[in-house]
Write a protein that binds this ligand. Structure first.
Ligand SMILES: [Ca+2]
Ligand SMILES: [Ca+2]
Length: 106
């Protein structure tokens, strides 16, 4: 074992294990020694683990890999997609004209 925990090492969503158990999911908080890879969905799946199924991998949502939701990150365990940097202050919303009467002719 190493000398620090996975979050402090930024490896919460990484693994050394074939079964793809993330460092943050192990019973031991102390990080494993060895080359770490991004944890995939399971041992036979090459896609990065996406715990909440929103299409954004856990290691992207928790960008600094500390296992904690920080500013400019999205929650790996939440199913709602929240922009890391809301653009509403920079770009006023533009409303699309209503097109209720514009159905294409059959
Ligand atoms: Ca996700
Ligand atoms: Ca984080």
């Amino acid at each position: 074992m190493g000398s620090t925990n996975a979050g402090a090492a930024g490896l919460a969503h990484y693994t050394t294990r074939v079964d793809q158990t993330k460092e943050s999911e192990e019973t031991s908080a102390v990080v494993n020694i060895g080359l770490h890879y991004v944890a995939t969905a399971n041992a036979t799946n090459a896609l990065p683990k996406d715990s909440d199924g929103d299409g954004i991998p856990d290691f992207v949502e928790d960008a600094n890999g500390n296992g904690t939701l920080d500013d400019n990150e999205t929650d790996p365990a939440a199913t709602t997609i929240e922009p890391a940097n809301p653009l509403s202050a920079d770009f006023p919303s533009v409303s699309r004209p209503q097109t209720s009467a514009s159905s294409p002719a059959a």
